[in-house]
Ligand binder design. Structure first.
Ligand code: GLU
Length: 289
């Protein structure tokens, strides 16, 4: 049995930008301040989106900022058998079906209308969806506070295994966060909407859910999320200490003047000893500096 821990789980789709480093640092400080391990998981199963060299780049950037993880790196691509076993378990619950709807058919639709619910037998060129119910999911986010969501109304039956055979993000994340005994998930608020789906899957798979804290997402002047997709500038490792100082300020931690810190380690140590989740602005978005 492993020890409850925190984790950072980047997808290797490009270098870290300030927003993703913010999530990495927040989850690191949160874990270290509780004296629990902090693990690094590379979410590399969405192979068409993987960018060659990105995982190494992310790893180098974390190290350059003094963000050292415990144990060995977890690569989702090496756990496919584990996810397939979960797919199997879900099929056995009798709550999955094979969906033939094309992307074009579903364009503009946010809540899956249940079109293929009757298709209970495997067929080629189909995605596996899990049927949701009208139960209300309620959880207390450590930053964003009380969240309520009825999957039935917000997303409908959702995909756990894609038509191209790849395991969906929701399932891989639920399985890993549930079975690695992750006790604290600290990640960007852009992922908040995914949490009820992951909680739902953990419930079906009989896995223990973690506590969640969704930190503000950094947005550019025109309100767009800093993301690899929009080519946000990669963080410069040459400015690691400055980056971390900026991050502590963005997280509302109110550090003493920058000149008091001579290294990343000094900043992180201060961050660990003074960590306050309550000081993080309870908003979804923050303007990027
Ligand atoms: N791999 C996801 C991403 O980089 C984040 C996963 C998570 O924190 O749940 O967006």
């Amino acid at each position: 049995m492993s020890t409850p821990s925190g984790r950072f789980a980047p997808s290797p789709t490009g270098p870290l930008h300030l927003g993703s480093l913010l999530a990495a640092t927040a989850s690191f400080l949160d874990a270290r301040s509780q004296n629990i391990p902090w693990t690094l998981r590379i979410d590399d199963i969405d192979t068409p989106r993987n960018v060659p060299g990105a995982a190494d780049d992310i790893i180098r950037t974390l190290v350059a900022h003094g963000l050292h993880w415990d144990g060995t790196i977890v690569w989702q691509s090496q756990r496919l058998a584990h996810y397939e076993a979960a797919v199997h378990t879900l099929i056995h619950t009798g709550r999955t079906f094979y969906c033939r709807c094309s992307r074009r058919q579903l364009r503009g639709i946010t809540v899956y209308p249940g079109t293929c619910r009757q298709r209970r037998h495997p067929a080629p060129e189909t995605a596996l969806r899990v049927e949701v119910n009208d139960a209300e999911f309620e959880f207390i986010d450590r930053i964003q506070k009380r969240q309520q969501n009825r999957l039935f109304e917000t997303v409908g039956d959702f995909i756990v295994k894609r038509r191209d055979g790849l395991i969906a993000y929701q399932l891989a994340t639920a399985v890993d966060d549930g079975s690695d005994e992750i006790s604290q998930v600290v990640r960007g608020s852009d992922l908040l909407d995914n949490t009820p789906r992951q909680l739902f899957l953990m419930e079906l798979l009989d896995l223990e859910p973690p506590d969640y804290a969704h930190i503000p997402t950094l947005v550019s002047a025109n309100g767009q999320k800093l993301s690899k997709q929009y080519h946000a500038a990669p963080v410069e490792v040459a400015h690691a200490r400055k980056n971390l100082y900026k991050i502590l300020c963005l997280l509302g931690q109110n550090p003493p003047v920058e000149s008091e810190f001579s290294s990343c380690e000094a900043l992180l140590n201060w961050g660990i000893h003074n960590w306050s989740m309550d000081a993080i602005p309870a908003v979804k978005n923050l303007p990027a500096p």
